[in-house]
Design a protein around this ligand. Sequence first.
Ligand code: UD1
Ligand code: CA
Length: 457
Amino acid sequence: MIQLGAVILAAGKGTRMKSKLPKVLHKVCGRPMVLQVIEAVRAAGIEKMVAVVGHGAEEVRQALGSTVEYAVQEQQLGTGHAVQQAEALFVEFNGAVLVLCGDTPLVTRDTVSRLIQYHQEQRAAATVLTALMEEPAGYGRIVRHPNGTVAKIVEDKDASEQERQIKEINTGAYCFNSGELFSALKNLTPANAQGEYYLTDTLEILQKQGKTISGMVIQDPREMMGINDRLQLAEAEAMMRKRITENLMREGVTILDPATTWIDQGVKIGADTVIYPNTVIEGSTVIGEDCLIGPGARLVDASLEQGVEVQYSIVLESTLGAQTTVGPYAYIRPGSSIGQGAKVGDFVEIKKSVIGNGSKVPHLSYIGDSFIGEQVNIGAGTITCNYDGKNKYNTTIGDGAFVGSNTNLVAPVEVGPGAIIAAGSTITKNVPGEALAVARSKQSNIDNWVSKKKKRD
Ligand code: UD1
Ligand code: CA
């Protein structure tokens, strides 16, 4: 096996995005586009990757972390200049180097693998990934020799009238032999319409040295679509979304309406789970088998075991045990852990709380900063009063406790296992296990009060 490496260009500003955020950090289905490119390259088996950063370098580094090495391009003097900045990180390297742009998020592992393979089969010094386009304006054009090998790439702005007619374009992805790449880069000059050091000129330089330059045509040019503005961002998002839902369906997930189902990259869903319409599943969410999700669900960084049902509800950064049901209209906020066979019913908000196996919070409750044991029943309208305006306090409820409807639990407070709280109580003191707590004013009835009042009036 020869050594494989990649350079990912991510130094450009992306002026047309009109954004404070560097272009390559804009997300497509939840993942920054440069990360999509990196994932595709990594999936193709390439470990060594160098990101060339410039605009917003700090932010890009933060987003990518230590998964790649970095080269800094202080001034954006062109794509060739950008790749040159990575040279120092390839001194002990001898093999094939891919060059990809950080703004082509739809590139797939298959294409990356095929490009490397084609490059090797052709025994080329450089291979460019090309596409046939009906409207090639704006792209570099591929000029081929009669024998099919590539003579050069000419940029749109530098092209002659005749060259502009060429419909085969440069997608901006390449595979080079490392030695030849870095030696050719040293011969670049900015003598062109944009006054830039063009990476594309390395092909002509190598060709003139008698080396073979090949061009591999991609089947679906949309895959190499570069994102320059928010309209293209939305287009890429739609294509990626389709890809994600199709992959999940192939793996045994039922998606009733893919058009209204939005699932991020990286979400995992088990077989025989059914996703109803108008559902958004984001981040690192993992869903087990046989779940029913939606309609109208939003799950963010959630973890669901098998057989969970979530309808018309929001679950953020929380876990739901097997066979638990949530909703309709529940709101589970970050840091919550709901056990197995539990129920979080309608109009219930749960925040940073643990709810044990088999426990039920069926209606109209707020449970915050609480530890609720197993087989607990929380009556309708129960509220944990966890906040005194300054600090938050915990509520603890033991296994098998029964909390009557419309109870206020003024935290910090503990209710022991098996205790019963009478409906309408405001609990301010701990309740021992197995005790009955009644904390409400006594009812008094005044006989015939109504008829007497009527006579008086
Ligand atoms: C480039 C190609 C063109 C191809 C097109 C495909 C060159 C000279 N031209 O043109 O043949 O058809 O891509 O989309 O390469 N970048 C840097 N530093 C720089 C300049 C660019 O990091 O100094 C990065 C940009 O952030 C971007 C990528 O390189 O990710 C491509 O740069 P861009 O200016 O968009 O190239 P094009 O003019 O589109
Ligand atoms: Ca340019």
